[in-house]
Design a protein around this ligand. Structure first.
Ligand code: FES
Ligand SMILES: [Fe+2]
Length: 388
């Protein structure tokens, strides 16, 4: 999964690194206080930041037709995303305006009307209150004032962005800062959702940090990702807080023998698109991809990840089905049993006093970029929230 217009130039950069034994680098080693991974106030500010920025909450393919919906719990906020009869995606708080019951349980489904399980008030797929049960006995309710609470939402490039706080519309071009060209070329809206699972993990920053470098691939993923992927070779480009990280396959060396005009460079290039603050969209070189949405859990020490495996085509032959199944299991095992198990160890040792700081190497530049932006946005938010 890589934007076709970019792939040859990126592969050339990767091959130059491979020949020289180098990688893209930051100017210096960066230090982040361990305290920032433990402190409850810092964590609360981070959660608040999550609420104030557009989050990539759903894929268009999760809402494939008019009348489909997805209900989810995001940072303790019940969210309902629904595709109306008009095809437009809208997002609401999944909370009845009578006395606050949740309209649908977490999950996906298909319906044009949402009937509250508590006292049977009914809302349509635009969020409008269309029926109050036994209105003659209930008394006056103005339907215009009791529609579901809308959340700003935008669907584009096969992704649905929603913001949990504030009423202002999402300015997606401003938020994506140039990344939209790549996202458009991925045609994510036409991929097939193969499998989705939820993984519990360490604190959200410990969990996410592992997606932002491949320095660890050889040591940690010896039998999962290392047999096919290079380690410690990254080609990184930033779009505001978001990034595109090229992780070349070991097979990229074969391109040396082929004239550039004949390169099938995409076949040797895995890519990770990070959508700040919490999403990693990783595409392999064989028509399979994985979307990871990493959310803070209930405490600074816990996170939950929605891991979605996508295939370019619906697997139909026995061989395709087996390949998709194996890929999905490889991703689950590599992330859950290797990254997150190690992350849990890191998390558990944070209070040991061994380190006052984490060190992010010059070769871990995407990690540095993410943390620099996180700091910057937290600082701006602190400034904004102290203004009169
Ligand atoms: S809480 Fe929904 S109808 Fe009463
Ligand atoms: Fe990893």
């Amino acid at each position: 999964m890589i934007a076709p217009s970019q792939v040859k130039a990126l592969a050339e950069r990767a091959l130059a690194h491979l020949a020289a034994g180098t990688t893209d680098q930051a100017p210096d080693v960066m230090r982040i206080p361990v305290e920032e991974y433990l402190d409850a106030d810092v964590w609360r500010q981070e959660v608040e930041l999550f609420r104030r920025v557009p989050l990539a909450l759903a894929l268009s393919v999760e809402l494939p037709a008019p009348g489909t919906f997805k209900a989810m719990d995001v940072l303790d906020t019940p969210v309902l995303v629904s595709r109306g009869r008009d095809g437009a995606v809208r997002a609401f708080l999944n909370v009845c305006r009578h006395r606050g019951a949740q309209l649908c349980p977490v999950g996906t489904g298909s319906r044009h009307r949402f009937r509250c399980p508590y006292h049977a008030w009914v809302y349509d797929d635009r969020g409008d209150l269309v029926a109050v049960h036994k209105p003659g006995t209930f008394g006056d309710v103005d339907p215009a004032e009791h529609g579901l609470r809308r959340l700003p939402a935008v669907e584009r490039y096969g992704i649905v962005w929603v913001r949990l706080a504030g009423d202002a519309p999402i300015d997606l071009a401003d938020w994506l800062a140039g990344q939209e060209q790549d996202l458009a070329q991925l045609e994510l809206g036409s991929w097939h959702l193969y499998e989705q699972r939820e993984l519990s993990g360490p604190g959200w920053k410990v969990a996410l940090d592992g997606y932002l470098e491949n320095y660890h691939v050889q040591a940690l993923h010896r039998t999962t990702f290392a047999p096919t992927n290079t380690s410690n070779l990254m080609v990184v480009d930033a779009f505001g807080p978001h990034q595109r990280i090229l992780y070349p396959a070991k097979s990229i060396k074969d391109l040396r023998e082929v004239p550039v005009a004949e390169w099938d460079a995409a076949a040797h290039c895995g890519t990770v698109y990070t959508l700040f603050p919490n999403v990693s969209l990783a595409g392999a070189w064989d028509g399979h991809a994985v979307l990871s949405q990493i959310y803070p859990g209930r405490t600074p020490a816990a996170s939950r990840t929605v891991q979605t495996v996508l295939t370019r085509e619906v697997p139909e032959t026995e061989a395709e089905r087996r390949f998709a199944k194996d890929f999905s299991e490889l991703v689950r095992r590599g992330v859950f049993e290797e990254d997150y198990r190690t992350g849990a160890d890191v998390q558990a040792a944070l209070t040991s006093g061994a380190n006052t700081h984490f060190l992010f190497g010059r070769n871990e530049l995407a990690l540095q970029h993410h943390h620099r932006w996180l700091r910057r946005m937290l600082t701006e938010h602190r400034g904004a929230s102290t203004k009169p």
